[in-house]
Every structure is written in C-alpha cells, then in structure tokens.
Ligand binder design. Structure first.
Ligand code: ZN
Length: 300
C-alpha cells in the first residue's frame, strides 16, 4: 500500500467507523437501468477493446523486446483485424487506450475514431493505480486526458482504470476531469450512479466483470507456472450465456477484450461467432460506452 492508502495495522483491529468509511468511500447508488433501451431494443451490447499493447510490459519496468513484441502485435496485427470485423457487422465499439499507447500509435487511434468508435481513457502507462500516491494518480490522469484529447480530436468522456485497480482517490480524480462515466467497478450487472462518501456524483458506472473479459481465460505468463489457457469455444459458450442472461433480463451485456489477446486468428473466429449469434437475436442495440452512459442518464 502507498503512503496515501496505508492501512498497515491489521483489519481485525479496526473500529467500526474505520471499516464503515472504507466501504462507503466509493459505492453504488441509484440504478440507471433505463425503462427500455433505445428504439425499443430488448438488450444493449457494449463491446470494449482495451488497447494495452506495449504498456502491459512497460508498466512493470520491463524493456524486453521479446515481451514488447507481444504488445506490438496488438497494434500491428490485431487492431486492423478487429476494425475490419466491426465494420463488416456495422458495430460501433469503445477503445480504452493508455496515454503512452496513444503516443506510440497515434495513427491507429485516428483510424479508430474515423471509423466511428469511441476513444476513452485507460491510464498513462497501464500503472497500478492503487499503488500510486494520490497526487501522482491525478497528474497521470490529467496527462492521459490531454494526450487523448490531442490524439482523438476531442476530449474523452469515459475512463477504465488499468486492471480495474480503482483506488480510494480515483473517483475524486474522475470528478475533477468532469468525465461522464467510469467502467472499472463491479457492484451490479446494470449501470448505476457512483456515490462518493454517500453523496451522488452524477458519474455513470458501466460495470465490468472478469467473467466478461478475455484476459483471465487466455492469459499466460511464461515466467510462472500459470497457464490458465481456455479453448475459444469454451469462452464463446460463457460469453453467449452472459448475453442470453442479459436478453432475458432486458439488460446490458458489456464485454471487455484486448487486441493483443483476442486479436489472434483462433479467437477472432470466436468473436465473429459471438457477434453473429447476437445479431441473430431480434432488437439488439450495439452501442459505445459513451452512448450507453448518455442514454442511461437521460432515461433511467
Ligand atoms: Zn488494460
């Protein structure tokens, strides 16, 4: 823990105000589920791609070209493949991009924006936010915001904290920037308003979950014994079941993917099958996170 978030004495010694304050710091407020989705759609699908690219390696202070190349694949091979598929199925998605990735690959970000997709914030160098002093967190968010504004031609309105590592001071930093939404927390399946110390903030939360993320199924680290590899067909089965559940409840299906993970041939085949499956259902609204957040605020 950083000096700002240090809770070094064990939790069993905390008094009630202390553990209550910890829980109350950032909390789910009123539901922002709309009565119905846009144009009477029965389900909303928000696809996101976190373009971590080289920053998954750089964040650890590693400069290994071997590992950096795996991130480079995300930009060189995967994003073009993903953009092609999104175009073929006429789907607008959201791309969460670290500031450093925007600087390394500005043309890629412009292609993303030109194709009608949303460019949103994803940290500076994919730092672990909760390990930072509050001042550094705010400074990096501001730099990321300015970088994306320059690269994308307009200020970003949303953020996904790298690794969903939301710190006790992240919400204050988000409010300072005047963002519309966050997509890093997990208190619900459906959109909700964020509370800070019990007070409504007007910030929309578009919740995520590791279940609806490609990384836990496909990720591997050659330096450890960890090999959680899952066949694309099994991942497709899980994602379909999550989508089916959202259809049954008239809710939101928000899926997080990473170009350097999902952009491989075997996995793109799975994504195409998932898209075709979702397209076979009547009245599905495919939207960017920004569109979902705006719609929910206006129609909750
Ligand atoms: Zn990421």
């Amino acid at each position: 823990m950083s000096p700002d978030h240090s809770d070094r004495d064990p939790a069993w010694t905390w008094d009630e105000p202390r553990w209550r304050a910890a829980v109350q710091r950032v909390r789910a407020g009123r539901s922002l589920s709309p009565k119905s989705w846009k144009d009477g759609a029965r389900v909303c699908v928000a696809l996101s791609f976190d373009s971590d690219h080289e920053t998954s390696t750089l964040r650890e202070g590693s400069v290994s070209p071997g590992r950096l190349a795996q991130g480079e694949y995300g930009s060189r091979a995967a994003v073009p493949r993903i953009l092609k598929v999104l175009k073929r199925y006429d789907i607008r998605a959201s791309f969460f991009v670290p500031g450093v990735v925007a600087l390394l690959h500005p043309d890629e970000q412009r292609r993303v924006v030109d194709a009608g997709h949303e460019l949103a914030m994803h940290g500076w160098i994919h730092e672990m936010t909760s390990e930072l002093p509050a001042a550094a967190e705010r400074d990096l968010m501001r730099r990321a915001y300015e970088t994306l504004t320059k690269t994308g031609g307009r200020p970003p309105v949303g953020v996904r904290v790298p690794s969903w590592d939301f710190s006790p001071t992240t919400l204050s930093a988000i409010r300072e920037l005047g963002l519309l939404y966050d997509s890093s927390l997990m208190a619900d399946d459906e959109p909700y308003e964020l509370l800070e110390d019990g007070e409504p903030t007007g910030i929309v939360e578009l919740p995520v979950e590791w279940i609806k993320d490609d990384a836990p199924y496909f990720g591997m680290n050659r330096a450890t014994g960890l090999r959680p590899y899952t066949p694309p067909s099994s991942v497709l089965e899980i994602f379909k079941a999550e989508f089916d559940g959202a259809v049954a409840e008239g809710g939101l299906f928000l899926l997080t993917m990473h170009p350097h993970i999902t952009g491989h041939r075997s996995r793109m085949a799975g994504l195409v099958q998932l898209i075709e499956y979702m397209k076979s259902v009547d009245r599905v609204w495919f939207a960017t996170h920004e569109d979902v957040a705006r719609y929910c605020l206006a129609n909750a």
